[in-house]
Design a protein. Structure first.
Length: 293
């Protein structure tokens, strides 16, 4: 499910390597930045850390399906959060207890670092929560600019976090913080509405002949959706839906639009390698009235 041949045709071992290597590399880099002298300049270190998450996202979006890329960004953030607790925050607390027991002062640098990492985890929470739920919103991860939607939503949800953090201490920043969130939400709504324009091959005006539609359906769908499937797993037409004849295809036009164009969760895991152009051809045919031969 990580691999989408339309995004990148990579072997499974490469996908697994990118998955694990990316997580490990991100933590090592992030931790090194905050432990090095750069960590003394929090603005620079913060920008670099955001850069690591974005670079991770770019890596995943280059090689993985949109769904897998979203989940990986989530796992990357989760890895940083867990690393923070495990390697910085908990040791700091242990040191505080030990220092108190021995009747000496805790090294302030250790406590300061733990505080920094707690703040990071605080801001990571909401973007992570959204990613955990994102599997239910194919319109976000399957959007041609899915990475941008994720970035905007993350900024907006960190804005909500800020809003919650300062609501008692700095009320004058309340409205600007809320405004940030509202603005990002508006951007996402506009982008989601705009995906006809954004996807490749969209807006085809010339009439789509049915033969072209049938050819696409037979190449990408009937390996499973047929009275005689050729797929290795599906030996009978899934849910009894077959696309062998023109009548079967025409009568299911709405369902085809829903699954193959709007949600893009058919073909299943895109095993038959359907392209964006093919989806847009089907969309144009349906928008033109889904006429048979
Ligand atoms: C690898 C096999 C496979 C391929 C290829 C495939 N599908 Fe499916 N399809 C399934 C399975 C399994 C289900 C039932 C589970 C589900 O609904 O997700 C299904 C369900 C559906 C449904 C819902 C049927 C209903 O009424 O309940 C539609 C519509 C659909 N597919 C359309 C398509 C289209 C269009 C294509 C080609 C662009 C396609 N599928 C390619 C396996 C496949």
């Amino acid at each position: 499910m990580i691999i989408d041949p339309e995004v990148a045709q990579i072997p499974e071992s490469t996908a697994i390597g990118i998955s694990i290597g990316g997580l490990l590399g991100a933590w090592l880099l992030y931790n090194a930045i905050w432990r090095s002298p750069i960590g003394k300049a929090p603005t620079l270190a913060t920008l670099l850390s955001i850069g690591i998450v974005i670079a991770g996202g770019a890596l995943y979006f280059t090689f993985f399906s949109g769904r897998a890329a979203y989940i990986h960004v989530g796992v990357l953030i989760g890895t940083l959060m867990t690393g923070n607790v495990w390697f910085v925050i908990l040791p700091s607390q242990r040191e505080l207890i030990a220092a108190t027991r021995e009747g000496r002062e805790q090294d302030p640098a250790i406590g300061y670092q733990a505080k920094q990492r707690s703040v990071h985890n605080n801001y990571f929470t909401f973007p992570l929560l959204f990613i955990m739920l994102s599997g239910h919103f194919p319109s976000t991860f399957s959007h041609p600019k899915g990475w941008l939607i994720l970035a905007v939503l993350s900024a907006g949800s960190a804005g909500i976090r800020y809003f919650m953090n300062i609501r008692f201490s700095e009320p004058r920043w309340l409205w600007p913080a809320f405004g940030t969130f509202a603005a990002t939400a508006a951007v996402v709504v506009v982008m989601l509405g705009d995906r006809n324009i954004l996807s490749a091959g969209a807006g085809r005006a010339s009439p789509v002949p049915f033969t072209e539609v049938a050819e696409i359906m037979h190449r990408r769908c009937t390996p499973c959706h047929s009275e005689t499937p050729t797929d290795a797993t599906y030996k009978i037409a899934p849910n009894g839906v077959a696309f062998d004849t023109p009548e079967q295809i025409v009568s299911k036009a709405d369902a085809i639009k829903e699954r193959a164009i709007t949600l893009k969760n058919m073909p299943l895991a895109n095993v038959t390698g359907m392209t964006t152009e093919e989806r847009e051809t089907l969309r144009a045919w349906i928008d033109q009235g889904a006429k048979g031969p």
